[in-house]
Design a binder for this molecule. Structure first.
Ligand code: NAD
Length: 477
């Protein structure tokens, strides 16, 4: 049996489900096909972000931060609570409830927006129709005809050739969200976003965490002043991050997993109880296209697209983690909105220069725009403003006066070129910088914008003032 739609979206992660809802809101008859299988074998919409990434990891981060605060901060507030115990199964149950309410919410949004949600594995055929293999019965296949197809198949964890996942002790990021007890010794391969976020969750819950990172620099993609401030803080928190450490293998034995690595000093071993491999993700495009479609993949498996996410094949689009650009949920969602609007004949575009990046450690790291290193490399003249949270009243009251806001503005035009934050609630604070940069604001625009007192956002105001050596509550250097 074949069905016809204006738009068929393949994948219901944050790129695909958002594209589907927007397309339907634009009056297009839309279907969204998805094959996510949870550990219980059941289907859920939402992709990696909702089921096994952003949302469950943030649920655990919140729990672990509470636990940590109860042990290390409550006393400073005069709160005496005696000894505190962590109930990991209860924490996991809370996380599961949050995830299921949100994934169920997508099914409800599909219904209310008239999107046909289809459970199954979709493949683009060379005649531009979509073949769907049923989620429960692999023999049952269906063909969907579509005026437009949006490929939003997402990404999957990369496995290291020298360290295979065993799904129990050596796990990917999903497995690391499912531990039923706190490992005594935890190894993490990769000090990228996932390694740092999950490493800090389990470290706060009591694990002794060692992170092995192949590159010699810490957070090479971030502004290095911010990266250094974060590295110093994580060291204070006893997160053992070893740089220039290339993992060469791992053996799972009776007394734990022995991880072998090499650095400038030679060969070393560490022994851990659980090992998280977080060395990046790759586009999930291996089985997405029938041989003979004209949609092109690059060498690493990304679907080739132009600025508007068009593949070059008539009416076939691709968005999210399976195309170039940062693998970020919000980047995929915005691409979904752009493509759904373009299909509906509207004017739409994406500003790839202003995509915020966030690392949900404590304190958080967030940035948008160019780093100081990038400006230097590109020969752009700039001014720098810095404001430490140590001089922010609200941060002090929160017992969280760690880190800084750094603003980079053009030396002549004063346009804000980059904002980098290491500090409390940086993930929320960065939104102001994103809005300012989207409107091409100058540092002076933010200097003359009233920021409520006492708030963390005053640190953004002061960083803008500091660009012109006018900070009120810090020494201008
Ligand atoms: P990543 O690319 O951010 O980091 C992987 C790290 O592993 C790199 O620093 C790399 O040098 C290191 N590495 C690779 N091989 C190694 C080896 N053999 N030994 C030691 N280190 C090695 O990848 P990730 O952390 O796995 O995240 C995957 C993607 O998901 C990223 O694109 C990330 O942006 C995205 N993500 C984003 C968020 C967020 O926005 N907060 C959260 C999770 C994931």
């Amino acid at each position: 049996m074949s069905q016809s739609f204006d738009v068929v979206v393949i994948g219901a992660g944050p790129a695909g489900y958002v594209a589907a809802i927007r397309a339907a809101q634009n009056g297009l008859k839309t279907a969204c096909v998805d094959n996510w299988k949870n550990l219980d074998g059941k289907h859920a919409f939402g992709g990696t972000c909702l089921n096994a990434g952003c949302i469950p990891s943030k649920a655990l981060l919140e729990s672990s931060e509470m636990f940590h605060k109860s042990q290390h901060e409550f006393a400073a507030h005069g709160i005496q609570i005696g000894s505190v115990k962590m109930d990991v199964p209860a924490m996991q149950a809370r996380k599961a409830k949050i995830v299921s309410s949100l994934t169920g919410g997508i099914a409800a949004l599909f219904k209310s927006n008239n999107v046909t949600g289809i459970r199954g594995t979709a493949r683009l055929l060379k005649n531009s129709t979509v073949e769907v293999t049923d989620f429960d019965d692999a023999k049952k296949k269906d063909i969907l005809e579509a005026k437009h197809v949006i490929l939003a198949a997402g990404s999957e964890p990369v496995e290291l050739k020298v360290v295979s996942f065993d799904g129990k002790d050596i796990v990917d990021s999903w497995g690391a969200l499912e531990f039923s007890s706190v490992p005594k010794r935890l190894g993490v391969i990769g000090a990228g976003v996932i390694g740092l976020e999950l490493g800090s969750v389990w470290q706060r819950l009591g694990a002794q965490v060692t992170v092995l990172e192949a590159l010699p620099d810490f957070l090479a993609m971030a502004d290095q002043q911010i990266a250094q401030a974060a590295a110093r803080e994580f060291k204070k928190q006893s997160l053992d991050i070893r740089l220039g450490a290339k993992v060469t293998g791992a053996d799972n034995g009776k007394n734990g997993i022995t991880v072998h690595y090499e650095d400038k000093g030679g060969k070393h071993d560490i022994v851990v109880d659980k090992l998280i491999v977080a060395v990046g993700r790759r586009p999930a495009t291996a089985k997405l296209l029938e041989d003979g479609t004209d949609v092109k993949l690059d060498q690493r498996g990304f679907i080739q697209v132009d600025e508007e996410c068009h593949t070059g094949v008539k009416n076939i689009w691709a968005i999210g983690d399976c195309v170039r650009g940062p693998m970020l949920a919000h980047k995929g969602s915005e691409e979904g909105i752009m493509v759904a609007d373009l299909i509906a004949g509207k004017v739409a575009e994406m500003n790839y220069e202003v995509i915020p990046s966030i690392i949900y450690t404590w304190p958080e790291i967030a940035w948008v725009g160019k780093t100081e290193e990038e400006l230097k490399k590109q020969g752009i003249k700039y001014k720098t403003g810095i404001f430490p949270f140590a001089a922010n009243g609200r941060a002090k009251a929160m017992e969280a006066a760690t880190g800084l806001v750094k603003m980079l503005a053009h030396a002549d035009s004063d346009e804000i070129l980059g904002v980098h934050i290491f500090g409390p609630m940086a993930s929320e604070m960065i939104a102001e910088a994103v809005t300012a940069m989207e409107f091409r604001a100058s540092a002076e625009d933010l200097q003359r914008t009233i920021h409520a007192h006492p708030t963390l956002s005053e640190a953004m105001h002061e960083a803008a003032l500091s660009v012109d050596r006018r900070a009120i509550h810090a020494i201008n250097r």
